[in-house]
Design a binder for this molecule. Structure first.
Ligand code: GZL
Length: 327
């Protein structure tokens, strides 16, 4: 339930002055004192991918002043230490709720214990955290990343076409649930097939630039490969750049499997440059708003909520499907 509102404006403005240019949006917000708003501190991973930007937009569109919220958004530039600092700032500012999209699974117990002691409910979104004390967060909403990997492996099994598969693997940010789950799905597939060989594995940290850099590193080795398993679309965009520069046809010379199913990637499926893309739904804003409204009305939301996700290939994809997806 909402705590007795403190005047948040002065601490927010002081925070802004002290840290000069900090990315807290509320510190730069106008000084109107809407003390009846529910204040939500959101520690976001970063802005590394189309998926992440869609996730941020979804939260901003759901948690608006018109809907009764003041959202304080902190971008951690993919660094856990920045998230820990942001959470401590949220605690000092006396927010009503903390939403955390964790960069990695481990290392949260200390700061989440501080939030618990401050009586601030924590909602985890997207990736999971590893903790011995599930009471450190109120609930979690996100994706089943191992299931995503299994879907990709199943498609590869169904489209192997008698080939021996030589697989190059671009991993996401090491230690993130998305990387852990998608990698474990591929590892299970490789273990189950004697004619599947892993020939390359590097992390592209979910960014386009690093995905291109790692694919150029692969190509420089002149290793023979016929499958690219890329753990998000932005790394895939970079990989496609590198393949085309090496006069290899993505989607034909190299079978490409990707994750996120963002609109640019789905258009690349229609262009025949990506063969299969597993959706990872970023639209958590309405889900978080519903959870907070349940908590505000004294209800107990589900502890864990997995979002429904599908997959795309040329046989089930139309331009109209892409237009209707919202990201
Ligand atoms: C998945 C999310 C991942 C996306 C990437 O839920 O954590 O992080 O797959 C993003 O695009 O960077």
């Amino acid at each position: 339930m909402k705590k007795q509102k403190k005047n948040l404006i002065l601490p927010l403005l002081l925070t802004g002055l002290l840290f000069g240019g900090c990315s807290s949006h509320a510190a730069q917000s106008s000084a109107e004192d809407n003390t009846d708003l529910i204040v939500v501190g959101f520690s976001q991973v970063g802005a590394e991918s189309d998926w992440r930007n869609a996730n941020t937009r979804s939260m901003q569109e759901a948690l608006t002043a018109e809907n009764g919220y003041r959202l304080i958004l902190e971008d951690a530039q993919q660094k856990q230490e920045k998230q820990i600092t942001a959470i401590r700032n949220f605690i000092n500012q006396g927010v009503d709720y903390i939403v955390l999209a964790p960069t990695r699974e481990t290392g949260w117990d200390t700061v989440l214990t501080e939030a618990k002691k401050a009586g601030i409910p924590v909602i985890i979104v997207d990736r999971m955290i590893e903790t011995d004390d599930p009471d450190l967060f109120t609930c979690w909403v996100g994706s089943d990343f191992r299931s995503e990997g299994d879907k990709a492996v199943q498609w590869l099994e169904e489209h192997q076409d008698g080939r021996k598969l030589r697989i190059a693997h671009l991993q996401g940010s090491i230690g993130s649930s998305a990387q852990i789950g998608r990698t474990s799905g591929l590892d299970a597939g490789i273990a189950a097939h004697d004619d599947w060989t892993l020939v390359f594995r590097e992390s592209g940290d979910f960014t386009q630039a690093k995905g291109q850099e790692m694919t150029e590193k692969l190509l420089a080795r002149e290793t023979d490969f016929n499958v690219l398993y890329s753990e998000n679309d932005n790394m895939t965009y970079g990989a496609i750049e590198a393949l085309q520069s090496a006069h290899l046809e993505p989607g034909k010379d190299v079978t490409i499997l990707s994750f996120d199913a963002s609109s640019k990637a789905l258009h690349l499926i229609l262009d025949g440059k990506i063969n299969y893309d597993v959706e990872c739904n970023p639209l958590h804003g309405p889900r978080v708003r519903k959870i907070i409204e349940q908590l505000e009305s004294g209800e107990t939301p589900l502890k864990y909520t997995y979002v429904e996700e599908v997959s795309f290939e040329s046989s089930n994809l139309l331009e109209s499907v892409i237009e209707g997806r919202g990201y």
